[in-house]
Design a protein around this ligand. Structure first.
Ligand SMILES: N[C@@H](CCC(=O)N[C@@H](CS)C(=O)NCC(=O)O)C(=O)O
Length: 199
């Protein structure tokens, strides 16, 4: 069986676990602590980052956008729409969600890795402005939710789960449409919601 190396709070990991579930691809989810640089993770990804998908043949795939494309191929196209225009929309939404994750992780890692007096606040403020602009863009026009999930909406749900976990109380105000979007996603795809980031 395929294996996904992951960590429960990781938004990219949540995205690929949700995507694998949506694609009907059975994969053992194996939790690793990337910060400890464990040997099995380094053997699968020299960058020491999660998530990693290890296929039945032992071949590993990373990063998460490579994994979602691989899941799409393995499932015969279940994760991304076939029509070029829709597919581009889904891929751009995935990139936007991942881009938000990138900024949030910079903030989290800065606080985690540096002594408080060495935290460079202007850099973190810049990251937060990127997050804010991206969320405002999504609030102005939340992605369509149809019967079928895709790599874009799954990525966004994972990212909003990470925001809820690590930035509770800091992003929700003035974003009622995004909050409603989460509710509708969760009503429609409860089997995916259970895989969103957790502590
Ligand atoms: N672009 C990568 C980002 C992956 C990433 O940064 N994962 C974090 C956890 S959420 C990680 O492995 N951090 C440990 C490290 O950077 O050493 C992807 O999409 O998979």
């Amino acid at each position: 069986m395929a294996v996904i190396l992951y960590s429960p709070p990781s938004p990219y990991s949540a995205k690929v676990r949700m995507a694998a579930a949506w694609c009907g691809i059975a994969a053992e989810a194996r939790a690793v602590t990337a910060a400890d640089e464990p040997a099995d993770l380094l053997a699968a990804n020299p960058l020491g980052k999660i998530p990693v998908l290890i296929g039945d043949d032992g071949e590993s795939a990373f990063d998460s956008r490579v994994i979602t494309q691989q899941l799409n191929r393995l499932s015969g196209g279940r994760l991304f729409p076939r029509k070029a225009e829709r597919r581009l929309e889904a891929e751009k939404l995935e990139a936007l969600a991942d881009g938000i994750n990138d900024c949030l992780l910079v903030i989290v890692y800065e606080h985690r890795s540096r002594p408080q007096e060495k935290v460079h606040q202007p850099w973190l403020d810049k990251q937060w402005r990127k997050v804010t602009r991206a969320l405002d863009h999504l609030e102005a026009s939340p992605p369509r939710l149809v019967k079928k999930a895709d790599g874009g909406v799954i990525a966004l749900r994972a990212t909003l789960g990470y925001l809820a976990l690590r930035f509770e109380g800091q992003w929700e105000r003035g974003r009622p449409k995004l909050k409603r979007w989460i509710k509708r996603f969760d009503e429609r795809f409860p089997e995916l919601t259970v895989l969103t980031p957790t502590a």
